[in-house]
Unconditional design. Structure first.
Length: 279
C-alpha cells in the first residue's frame, strides 16, 4: 500500500509539474513577446447601421507566438492578468492604438473612435487615468479618439473606487462603453450612476435573435433603455444579413461582427477606411 501510495504521489507531482511548467514557459514567453514586439493590435470595424460607414473600431490583442502561431486573447489574457503582466501589455496596447490613431488622423481617411478593452486588474493599478492622459498627449490625440470598454465583471468588487476612476477617465473626454451588456453583474443602478456613453449587446443575444423571441425582446429593450439614457447601442457578433436587417428595424446604432468584417490588421483596416462605405 505504501509503495502504491508513493507511486501515485509521484505521478500526481509529475502531472502538476507538467502544467506548472507549461504555465511558467508561457509566462516567460509572454515577457519576451513584449520585448520582442510579438504582440499586434487587430481592429474590428464598427459600422453605422444607417449609413454603412465605419465610425469606430475595437482594438483586439493578438500574439504572434514563434512556435504556436497567431494566439487569440483567450489563450493568454487570463494568465497575463494573474501574473500582473496585463498592465505592461495594456500600456503597450494603449500606446500602439494611440500611435495608429495619430497616423490615421494625418490622412484624409474618415476619423474614427477606437475602443480598448480594460480588465479589472488594470483598474487596480493606481494611475490608469493618468497613463491614458499621457498616451493621448504623447500622440497628440484628442480624447474623443479613444473609448474604453469594460465588462460588467469589472464592477464585481471595489465598485466605488472603479466608479471614481471611470469618472476621471470620462472627465478627460474619453468615452466609456459597457461590453456584453445583459449577461453580467451590472445593476441598473450602477448604469444610472456611471458616465456611460455606449452599451454593447452581447453576441449571445444577437445569435438567437431570429429563433428566440425572448432574445429579440431583450435586444429591443436594451436599445430603448440605451436611447432613453442618451447612450448609443452597438450589437456585437452580427454575422448575417437577417440579423443586420432586424437590428436596423429596431434602431440599433452600430454593428460589429463578421457580417461586415472580422478583426483585421491595421493595414487592412486602413484599406477598409479608404473604401468609406462597406457593402
Ligand atoms: P470581446 O471584448 O467580447 O471582443 C469581441 C470578440 O468577439 C473578439 O474575440 C472578436 O474576434 C469576436 N467576434 C467579433 N465579431 C464576431 C462575430 O461576428 N461572431 C463571433 N462569433 N465572434 C466575433 P477575440 O479577438 O478573440 O477577443 C476575445 C476577448 O479578449 C475580447 O472579447 C476581450 O474581452 C479580450 N481582449 C481582447 N483584447 C484585449 C486587450 O487588449 N485587453 C484586455 N484586457 N482584453 C482583451
Ligand atoms: Ca470588448
Ligand atoms: Ca465577450
Amino acid at each position: 500500500v505504501k509503495e502504491k501510495g508513493k507511486n501515485n504521489y509521484s505521478f500526481y507531482a509529475n502531472g502538476l509539474n507538467e502544467s506548472a511548467k507549461k504555465r511558467l514557459t508561457l509566462e516567460k514567453e509572454m515577457y519576451d513577446a513584449l520585448d520582442a514586439g510579438h504582440f499586434e493590435v487587430f481592429y474590428q470595424p464598427q459600422v453605422d447601421i444607417k449609413t454603412h460607414r465605419i465610425v469606430g473600431a475595437e482594438a483586439l490583442l493578438r500574439w504572434h507566438h514563434p512556435q504556436k502561431g497567431l494566439l487569440l486573447p483567450s489563450k493568454f489574457i487570463s494568465l497575463a492578468e494573474d501574473i500582473g503582466l496585463i498592465n505592461p501589455i495594456g500600456d503597450w496596447l494603449l500606446n500602439a492604438v494611440c500611435s495608429q490613431q495619430h497616423s490615421w488622423q494625418q490622412t484624409n481617411l474618415p476619423v474614427i473612435n477606437v475602443a480598448i478593452n480594460l480588465s479589472h486588474k488594470q483598474f487596480l493599478h493606481n494611475d490608469l487615468c493618468r497613463r491614458i492622459d499621457q498616451a493621448l498627449i504623447k500622440h497628440h490625440l484628442q480624447a474623443n479618439s479613444l473609448k474604453v470598454e469594460i465588462t460588467e465583471n469589472v464592477m464585481i468588487k471595489d465598485i466605488d473606487r472603479i466608479a471614481q476612476i471611470l469618472c476621471d477617465i470620462k472627465a478627460l473626454g474619453v468615452s466609456i462603453a459597457i461590453d456584453d451588456f445583459g449577461i453580467g453583474y451590472f445593476s441598473l443602478n450602477t448604469l444610472k450612476n456611471l458616465p456611460i456613453d455606449q452599451l454593447k449587446i452581447d453576441k449571445s443575444f444577437v445569435a438567437q435573435l431570429s429563433q428566440d423571441s425572448d432574445a429579440a425582446n431583450i435586444i429591443q429593450t436594451i436599445i430603448v433603455l440605451g436611447h432613453n439614457m442618451h447612450m448609443n447601442v452597438v450589437a456585437k457578433g452580427v454575422e448575417t444579413l437577417d440579423q443586420f436587417n432586424q437590428l436596423n428595424r429596431w434602431h440599433c446604432d452600430l454593428i460589429q461582427g463578421y457580417y461586415f468584417s472580422r478583426p483585421v490588421t491595421a493595414m487592412v483596416m486602413t484599406d477598409l477606411l479608404a473604401k468609406k462605405v462597406l457593402s
